[in-house]
Design a protein. Structure first.
Length: 496
């Protein structure tokens, strides 16, 4: 995160080039803040003008443009949707972009305790997963998991079903995306064993799904065809318990941060997310990748307007070009459906003080820290290289978090300014951008990043890293305690 250059207990200016600051509490008209008398009330997380703007002037935050003034804005005015609009349009020309990788520094060794898998991956949990090929057997998968979990042996952290409504009446790339995500989840290091439950007549055939798995991964997979089985639930329970019996002897062992794969995600962001929680997660990305580990950044529509920051840190020209191509491909996805590329931010984001997509994106990419972008992968693909990977997926919380888990994230860092109870296949660490949320929803939140405003990123980062190590080593997240575990698959194509 760029160092803060002007702050008070009332407002924060991030960069010397910024023309707005962010309110740290609800401010009243007439108050003196950062040497300016406020012309309007400004809610917490919202922006106030530090200088006067004419209609058409660029408004800057994080040191970068976040849009243009739609009318005259006086110094001290509230800056939001009534006087600020996006400058984003369609696809962009990235031909002149050049990669300038950030310098990577070694970090002192730090150990966590996880499960070493035969394929070289490391698990933060030792679970059995039940995955249906099609929505028709979703309830069957849930019954199998519930009955098997009630009889699970010692050494197994849980037996869980991850259901979805897809797998039938899908065509082409849409079907391939469903199959790719399920196959990738079946290879996740937290799943010591996987029961695949099919119906028999669906598009997403069991045999084709298994065929996508590497040969060595198939040894820990069992398949149940419901139409062919006399009692598919009983067969599924027997398969799950057999896998659990084989995996129950696994024990946690010490390993370094190089064995962590962090998925980084923000949902329900507010005006403080880009100032506290996201930069804090960026510090975790830097720490883990500096130690030789991996991090995965996604939500491609939420990097529109900030992609140049990632391209400047690409490992090479090919990776830099791949970032630009992915951003343009995603913009084309919007345009082909008759939608503007700047439809984000969401109503909750706007209520929290975020006005334009550029502003949201500049805050969101902070989760990637300063790590070198080493790879760009398609939706449903798994990570291939250490460092920071950019993954194709939309901003939707459930879809993108599922894609992160499928890509191999064994821990997800999820920042939020508004709060959400959702959890996903990998342990999902909820990080509040503000102390008020953390205090109001302790059953949802694992860490209060509001402390960044008082302690700074370094001190807050040390505390968050300790929590990450504890959770990776087996401590339950709030979502796990609440039994919040979901997946969602990206539906893009035609349904028959």
């Amino acid at each position: 995160m760029t160092p803060v250059v002007m702050t008070s207990t009332s407002a924060l200016r991030i960069h010397p080039d910024d023309s707005v600051a962010t309110a740290l509490r609800d401010l009243s008209a007439g108050e003196a803040v950062l040497g300016i008398t406020l012309a309007d009330p400004v809610p917490r997380g919202h922006k106030l003008a530090l200088v006067a703007h004419r209609a058409g002037d660029v408004v800057r935050k994080f040191g970068h443009p976040i849009g243009v003034a739609t009318r005259e804005i006086v110094a001290g005015a509230h800056v939001h949707t009534h006087n600020l609009a996006t400058a984003l349009a369609g696809e962009a020309d990235y031909a002149g972009a050049a990669a300038q990788p950030a310098r990577r520094e070694d970090a002192a060794p730090l150990l966590w305790h996880g499960y070493a898998r035969a394929d070289g991956q490391a698990g933060t949990r030792n679970e059995i997963w039940v995955l249906p090929t099609v929505g028709c057997v979703a309830r069957t998968a849930q019954k199998i998991a519930a009955r098997a979990d009630a009889r699970r042996p010692d050494g197994i952290d849980g037996i869980h079903a991850f259901i979805h409504p897809f797998g039938c009446s899908q065509l082409g790339g849409d079907l391939d995306g469903t199959r790719a995500v399920l196959a990738a989840l079946a290879q996740h290091p937290n799943a010591a064993g996987v029961v695949l439950v099919g119906l028999g007549c669906e598009s997403n055939q069991l045999a084709a799904l298994v065929e996508r798995l590497p040969v060595d991964a198939r040894a820990r997979v069992r398949s149940i065809g419901a139409q062919a089985a006399a009692d598919e639930v009983a067969d599924g329970v027997a398969a799950a318990l057999d896998l659990a019996g084989r995996a129950g002897g696994a024990r946690r062992e010490p390993m370094g941060l190089d064995r962590l794969v962090l998925g980084v995600k923000c949902g329900g962001s507010d005006g403080l997310s880009g100032l506290t929680a996201n930069p804090l997660v960026g510090a975790m990305t830097d720490r883990v990748t500096a130690a030789g580990g991996s991090a995965i950044l996604t939500e491609i529509p939420e990097i529109f307007g900030a992609e140049h920051l990632l391209m400047a840190r690409a490992a090479d020209r090919e990776c830099c070009a791949a970032i630009g191509a992915l951003v343009n491909r995603f913009k084309r996805y919007f345009l082909d459906h008759g939608e503007p590329v700047s439809e984000n931010p969401s109503p909750g984001n706007i209520a929290g003080g975020i006005t334009t997509l550029e502003e949201k994106s500049l805050g969101a990419v902070q989760k990637g820290g300063q790590a070198v972008v080493t790879d760009v992968i398609d939706y449903g693909a798994r990570t291939r290289r250490r460092g920071l990977t950019l993954l194709e997926a939309p901003g939707n919380d459930a879809v993108s978090s599922t894609a992160l888990a499928a890509a191999g994230a064994n821990l997800i860092l999820f920042t939020t300014g508004r709060g959400t109870p959702l959890g996903f296949p990998a342990p999902t660490v909820k990080i509040a951008s503000n102390t008020d949320l953390a205090a109001r929803k302790p059953g949802w939140i694992d860490f209060d990043a509001g402390c960044v405003l008082d302690q700074g990123v370094a001190a807050a980062g040390a505390a968050l890293l300790a929590r990450i190590v504890a959770i990776a080593s087996g401590e339950a997240t709030a979502a796990e305690r609440n039994d919040e575990r979901e997946i969602a698959i990206w539906k893009r194509g035609v349904t028959l």
